[in-house]
Design a protein around this ligand. Sequence first.
Ligand code: NAD
Length: 468
Amino acid sequence: MIVGHTPQSTEAEFNEIVANAQDTFQEWQNVPISQKVRYMLKYQQLLKDNQKDIAAMITHEHGKSLVDSEGDVFRGFEVVEHACSFGSLSMGETVENVATGVDIYSYRKPLGVVGGICPFNFPAMIPLWMYPLAITLGNTVVLKPSEKVPGTAEILIDLLAESGVPNGVVNVVQGGKDTVTQMCTHPDIKAVSFVGGNQAGEYIYKTASNHGKRAQVNMGAKNHAIVMPDADKEDTINALIGACFGSTGQRCMAISVAVMVGDTQDWIPEIVKRTKGLTIGPGEENKDIAPMNTRAALERAENIIATSESNGSKILLDGRKPKVPGYEDGYWIGPTIIDHAEPGMPAYDDEIFAPVMIIVRSNSLNEAIKLINSNKYGNGVAIFTRSGNAARKFQHEIEAGQVGINLPIPVPLPMFSFTGNKASMWGTSNFYGKGAVSFYTQWKTITSRWKEDDAAAMTLQTHFPTMK
Ligand code: NAD
């Protein structure tokens, strides 16, 4: 069923939008921070008041369950709440009296027009990781939603206007790769924030950087969970299944690899049994597994599962081509569990982004840590154990940037930053938290001298000045 069409903006339209954002920046940068925070206070309330309507649009165009869509909005307005603390987080630095009558102080200044490029999987949360923070810091924004979910951002920006933020502060542009390239090369765009897959992310990072822009790109993942023999069995199995299959596996922080250490390999039949109980159906019915977002994504997942059979893995639960009465043409794939996978196999190496759990068997914590650290991605990771010693060793030695201890999806709250690393994040400033403040501002540092009226005049000198 076609639920909508996304237009591809022309280059002329794109240039007009950037010019509008550039004009608006001249005034917006001078709006006092306290007023900008007041807009954000109003905005977060409007998002809460409209959470169900926004969620309905997400479910309509993305397919995820309504309850999951509400979570998408919730995690987004938490970021707007964080923007309300930017009065203090955007403060500069001063040192008085660095020499007689001389002070140095620095301000965090906005960059100008900044761009945001979003993926399909969190149509509300990820745009909200970007523009509320960028604009509270004084920038104006050109935002490109995913062409697969263009409608949610339009609602978000209508609500922004209702909160009082002037037109032109955030500008939505619809389109695909052409628009991305325009964003990464336009001289008036000073920085690009991107969230999505590695192919696009690496292209965007390189193109934006080559055009003198700042770039922060959050990309793909392969998140492992280590299950230790002393873990709480009930708790761990529920956490693994929820984190792997929730949102149809279309989350960058989904657990996609379970590393079963030692005797926990005996728990595998129980994992399979409980996973079989998950329900499949349309997002509106709030079943456990909703449809995949596109046919291409579905077919890609099915193909990777097919390769795992020929590579010697064992498919313990095969979710391909489930029957969902009344919705025979939907992009369905049920929960799938593949055992005995290992590096070198596409099912292990590639991000599948579907409800597929890969099981790897391991003899020890050391072996499991080594396996995970040799993976190119570094988004999220988890351990399940009752041992403080094992947990501490794990948190200390593991390379991935977001670590869960007895928690499967360790997405940091917005007072922290989203700290994926390795092939999951390129750039030096992370999304939200203090990272957003450094990404969306540049320092201006002033050295000023005010001498007493009767103090001696400066002596003429041509050597490099030193402070005394
Ligand atoms: P995607 O890379 O296909 O698309 C993301 C954006 O890039 C879209 O706006 C799209 O128009 C654009 N785009 C797509 N292909 C492009 C290309 N070749 N050149 C230039 N631009 C291009 O990603 P997606 O399928 O929408 O989202 C899923 C991916 O996003 C997964 O890899 C997931 O792990 C990742 N993701 C990462 C995080 C994170 O924080 N690390 C969060 C959410 C999603």
